[in-house]
Design a binder for this molecule. Structure first.
Ligand code: ADP
Ligand code: MG
Length: 317
């Protein structure tokens, strides 16, 4: 059954590989002169998704969150492997999952070249491989004092949707409908990451929340940052809930945005905007890197915001 399942659902033409699904290993020939960027992400039922979630959406999201790591590195997606544990063989579920997965794969030119399939509690583990020219990867350790801090798209929507789903925040249904897609169908910023090669000094994708993830850049780069709360880009509907502490927390420290947070020298502002325009995504300058360590968020009067529930305490100055 396992081999039929793999043949039916996970075997596609892989013109970008020497050998794809079906042998003991896939064979891959990297583009000469390029470095490989490799990343894995695991999604567990109950922790990262719920049993009621749509299988096509899961196919989309499981690959999207991995592509987001390649984006954050400025890497061009090439190949993926998929390890999947399933409680039972469910043809309709697999068909829908594969549809979502391969739609996302085709959008970004990534090919499924192998994996593993086993019986067990529903678990998805994907490894992605991309390529980046030597020295041009967008690492976490390159931020410099004086750099601008930027973020792509809007943030907080997915966390707000999750808070709504979990009953931690009351939202009007029409409002919830505007944020739920961010939770279930995130868009990896692959083109933006590639366009920022040679422009951004550091980058990370926001999977665990802006403050925590920017905190990783600050730690690796041995710098600090000051962010302006009012500058943080959100959907208008998210603004409507910002009087609630839960909603402010979602914007600052909620997860699952899969936007890019990156830094660039101030004289690269036009280049950043041109890169974003080429990639078809908005970017917003949200603050500045400081020589002193610590992460402060200031209000419109320049006063530091009290931020408690952000899980980045080790950065408190
Ligand atoms: P082995 O026992 O040698 O590890 P498997 O029986 O696990 O081989 O897998 C057979 C082939 O199918 C291998 O090429 C493997 O990479 C591929 N494969 C298994 N599961 C998946 C999957 N979920 N998606 C893509 N390829 C898979
Ligand atoms: Mg195997």
């Amino acid at each position: 059954m396992e081999f039929d399942l793999i043949a039916k659902h996970f075997t596609r033409a892989t013109p970008g590989a020497v050998l794809g699904v079906g042998d003991d290993c896939a064979l891959l020939a990297p583009t000469p002169g390029m470095q490989l960027a490799v990343s894995s992400d695991m999604l567990l039922e109950g922790r990262h998704f719920s049993p009621q979630d749509s299988p096509a959406g899961l196919g989309h999201k499981s690959l999207a969150v991995n592509l987001s790591d390649l984006a954050a590195m400025g890497a061009t997606p090439r190949w993926a492997t998929l390890a999947i544990a399933l409680p039972e063989e469910n043809d309709a579920w697999l068909t829908a999952f594969a549809r979502g997965f391969f739609r996302m794969a085709d959008l970004h030119g990534i090919e499924l070249v192998g994996g593993d399939t086993t019986r067990g509690a529903l678990t998805l583990s994907i490894t992605v491989i991309g390529e980046v020219p030597p020295g041009q990867a967008l690492r976490r350790d390159g931020a410099q004092a004086g750099d601008d801090v930027w973020v792509s798209g809007v943030i907080g929507s997915a966390a707000l949707a999750l808070a709504y789903r979990q009953g931690r925040l009351f939202m009007e249904q029409v409002d919830a409908a505007k944020v739920l897609p961010a939770l279930y169908l995130p868009t990896p910023r692959v083109e933006l990451g590639i366009a920022l090669r040679g422009i951004a000094t550091s980058a990370i994708d926001i999977s665990d929340g802006l403050l925590g993830d920017l905190g990783h850049i600050l730690e690796r780069s041995h710098v600090g940052a000051t962010l302006e709360f009012a500058a943080l880009p959100t959907l208008p509907v998210v603004r409507d809930y910002l009087h609630e502490a839960v909603a402010r927390d979602c914007v600052l420290a909620g997860g699952d945005d899969y936007e890019l947070c990156f830094t660039a020298a101030p004289d690269k502002g036009d280049a950043v905007l041109a890169a974003a325009e080429g990639a078809g995504v908005a970017v917003t300058r949200i603050g500045r890197i400081t020589a002193e360590p610590g992460l402060a968020v200031i209000d419109t009067n320049g006063q530091p915001l009290a931020i408690e529930h952000t899980g980045y305490d080790h950065f408190a100055a």
